[in-house]
Design a protein around this ligand. Structure first.
Ligand SMILES: *[C@@H]1O[C@H](CO)[C@@H](O)[C@H](O)[C@H]1NC(C)=O
Ligand SMILES: *[C@@H]1O[C@H](CO)[C@@H](O)[C@H](O)[C@H]1NC(C)=O
Ligand SMILES: *[C@@H]1O[C@H](CO)[C@@H](O)[C@H](O)[C@H]1NC(C)=O
Length: 481
C-alpha cells in the first residue's frame, strides 16, 4: 500500500433508494450488533442493498484515476455440478471439454458473486498476446476476466478479458508444450493495495491451486514486476515454475489442462468445507509463514521468548487516519510492560522484513486501513485491535477485518473512536451533521461523502485512559506465557 491515500472510485449509478436502504441496514447492524439478526426482517430487499454495500467495500486503491465503470460481465448461472467441485470428465480418445448446460459452452461458472472460473482439459492453446485461449471440443466462444471482484465494475474495468475459442483449423500451432496444467489470473483490478492483494488475489489463488502441489504453470495477466517480486516467495509455495507474463508473450503455449480464474469463498477467507483438500485460511497462513521464513507459530504474554515482554506493534499512517498522539501511546504501552514498535508499511516495504516484524508482535493496533492486512503474519493467539474511525463505519470494518480475523486464529478487538478523540471536532461545529448524524451523510452523499468526511479527513487522538484499558484487555486475552 502506498502511504498516500488515493481516491477510490465509486459506482456511479447508485439509486437513492438503495442508499437509504443501505443506511437502514447499517443502523440495524449497529444497533443489533450482529448483521445476521437483520436479515430476517428485511429478507428480500436485503440482498440487493447488501450487494450494493458489498461492492463499495474497498480499501483506498493505487489504481489509476477516473475511468467510467466497466461493462458489466454477463452473469452465468452456476452449474450445480461445477459448483459442487466436479471437474470435466476426461476422455482418452476425443477432445475432452465437456459442455455444460447443453449449450456447448466451456466449463465456466460463477464460484460466487465475486469470481468466474473456467476449466478445461485436452487440446488447450494459449495465445497470450491476443488474450485468446483455444480449447478443443467446444463450439462456442466465451469471455471471462480472471479476477475475484466481479461485483465491483470499477475494479473489473482494470482487468483484461480473455476469450475462450474453439480450437478449430484456424487455431495457431503450439510453439511451447507444457506437461502441467495452467492457471490464469490477473493482478489488475485493485491489486497493489495490500488488502486487495490478499482478498482479491492471493487467498483465492491459494484456495484454487494448492491442490496442484507445485505442478502448475501460472499465467499472470497485468503483470507488474514489483508486485510479483513482492510475493515471489509465496508463489514458490504454490508453483515450481516461473510466472509467465501472459499479456506480453509471443509464444503459443499448450497445456493438457487449464483453469482460468480463481474460486472465491469470502473476504480474506476460505470455507474448508468447500475447498479442495479442505484447506483453510490457517493453511494459508502456514504457507505464508513458510514462504517468508516466519518462526513464531503462537503469541504469548511473555513475548517471543516466552519470558520477556509482549510486543505491541502500532501500525502507523502518515496521510489520513493518523494517530495524532502516537508517541504518547507508545510511552503508555511501554509503561504497561510492552515492548513497543511503530511501523508503517508502504508499497516499497520489503515483505520479508515486514512480515517478520508483524510475526514478532503479540498485539497489533492500527486505524482501519490496508495496513491491518498484515494480520496474516500474526502468530496464533495474537490480538488485533482495529481502531474504527468516527462515522458509522462498522459495516465496513466488520467485513474487512473483524470477520476474517476469527478464521486466522487472531483475537479481534474493536476500538471505536468517540467523537472526543476525533479531529473532526476541530473541523466542524458541534451541531454539524457530520458529527451529529453520520448516517444522514452516508444517505445524502453516498460513498464519496462518507469517504471524504470520515476516511480522508479524520485523524485520531487516542484517549489515554481508554487506550490503556484496551491494552490491558488485550494483554489479558493473550495466551499465558
Ligand atoms: C455481502 O458480503 C457478506 C460478507 O462478505 C456476505 O455474507 C453476503 O452474502 C454478501 N451479500 C451479497 C448480496 O453479495
Ligand atoms: C501475437 O503474436 C503473433 C506472433 O508474433 C502475431 O502474429 C499476432 O498478430 C499477435 N497478435 C496480437 C493481437 O498482437
Ligand atoms: C507440441 O505438441 C504437439 C502435439 O503433440 C506437437 O505436434 C508439436 O510439434 C509440439 N510442439 C513443440 C514446439 O514441441
Amino acid at each position: 500500500m502506498k502511504p498516500s491515500m488515493r481516491s477510490r472510485q465509486e459506482p456511479r449509478r447508485v439509486s437513492n433508494g438503495v442508499i437509504i436502504a443501505a443506511m437502514l441496514l447499517s443502523l440495524c447492524v449497529l444497533s443489533i450488533v450482529k448483521a445476521r439478526y437483520c436479515s430476517t426482517p428485511f429478507a428480500k430487499p436485503d440482498d440487493q442493498l447488501q450487494e450494493q454495500m458489498n461492492s463499495s467495500i474497498r480499501m483506498e486503491t493505487d489504481e489509476p484515476a477516473s475511468k467510467a465503470a466497466g461493462e458489466q460481465e454477463e452473469e452465468e448461472e452456476e452449474s450445480p455440478a461445477a459448483a459442487a467441485g466436479a471437474v470435466p470428465e476426461v476422455s482418452t480418445t476425443t477432445p475432452t471439454v465437456v459442455a455444460r448446460g447443453g449449450k456447448g459452452r466451456p466449463t465456466c461458472f460463477m464460484t460466487s458473486k465475486r469470481s468466474e472460473r473456467c476449466e478445461a482439459r485436452g487440446d488447450i492453446r494459449v495465445e497470450g498476446n491476443a488474450s485468446t485461449i483455444y480449447i478443443g471440443g467446444i463450439d462456442k466462444e466465451w469471455k471471462t476476466k480472471p479476477y475475484a471482484r466481479y461485483h465491483d465494475p470499477v475494479a473489473m474495468a482494470y482487468v483484461r478479458e480473455f476469450t475462450l475459442k474453439p480450437a478449430d483449423e484456424f487455431a495457431p500451432a503450439c510453439t511451447k508444450n507444457h506437461s502441467v496444467p495452467a492457471f490464469v489470473f490477473s493482478n489488475g483490478g485493485f491489486s497493489g493495495n495490500l488488502y486487495h492483494d490478499y482478498t482479491d488475489v492471493l487467498v483465492p489463488l491459494f484456495l484454487s491451486t494448492r491442490q496442484f502441489k507445485g505442478e502448475v504453470q501460472f499465467l499472470l495477466s497485468g503483470l507488474k514486476p514489483w508486485w510479483v517480486n513482492k510475493f515471489t516467495l509465496f508463489f514458490r509455495q504454490l508453483t515450481k515454475y516461473d510466472i509467465l507474463d501472459i499479456d506480453n508473450d509471443r509464444d503459443v503455449h499448450c497445456f493438457p489442462r487449464i483453469v482460468v480464474g480463481a474460486t472465491f469463498h469470502k473476504d480474506m477467507g476460505v470455507d474448508p468445507a468447500r475447498s479442495p483438500g479442505h484447506v483453510s485460511v490457517v493453511d494459508f497462513k502456514r504457507a505464508l509463514r513458510r514462504a517468508f521464513g516466519l518462526e513464531r507459530a503462537a503469541a504469548s504474554r511473555g513475548g517471543a521468548t516466552g519470558n520477556g515482554k509482549p510486543r505491541l506493534l502500532i501500525i502507523s499512517r502518515k496521510n489520513s487516519r493518523r494517530f495524532l498522539n502516537e508517541r504518547e501511546m507508545a510511552q503508555a504501552a511501554a509503561a504497561m510492560g510492552f515492548d513497543v514498535r511503530i511501523a508503517e508499511p508502504d508499497q516499497h516495504t520489503d515483505m520479508s522484513t515486514f512480515a517478520r516484524l508483524v510475526n514478532s508482535a503479540d498485539v497489533m493496533i492500527g486505524v482501519h486501513g490496508a495496513g491491518l492486512t498484515n494480520m496474516v503474519f500474526l502468530p496464533r493467539g495474537a490480538v488485533l485491535i482495529q481502531v474504527v474511525p468516527f462515522g458509522g463505519l462498522e459495516w465496513l470494518t466488520t467485513v474487512t477485518f473483524k470477520n476474517p480475523a476469527k478464521d486466522m486464529e487472531v483475537t479481534y478487538m474493536d476500538y471505536n473512536i468517540q467523537l472526543e478523540e476525533s479531529s473532526l471536532l476541530d473541523q466542524y461545529p458541534r451541531n454539524h451533521q457530520v458529527l451529529t448524524d453520520p448516517y444522514a451523510v452516508h444517505k445524502q452523499g453516498g460513498w464519496d461523502a462518507l469517504k471524504t468526511a470520515y476516511l480522508d479527513k479524520q485523524n485520531i487522538r487516542m484517549d489515554m485512559d481508554r487506550f490503556k484499558k484496551t491494552l490491558q484487555e488485550a494483554l489479558d486475552r493473550l495466551p499465558p506465557a
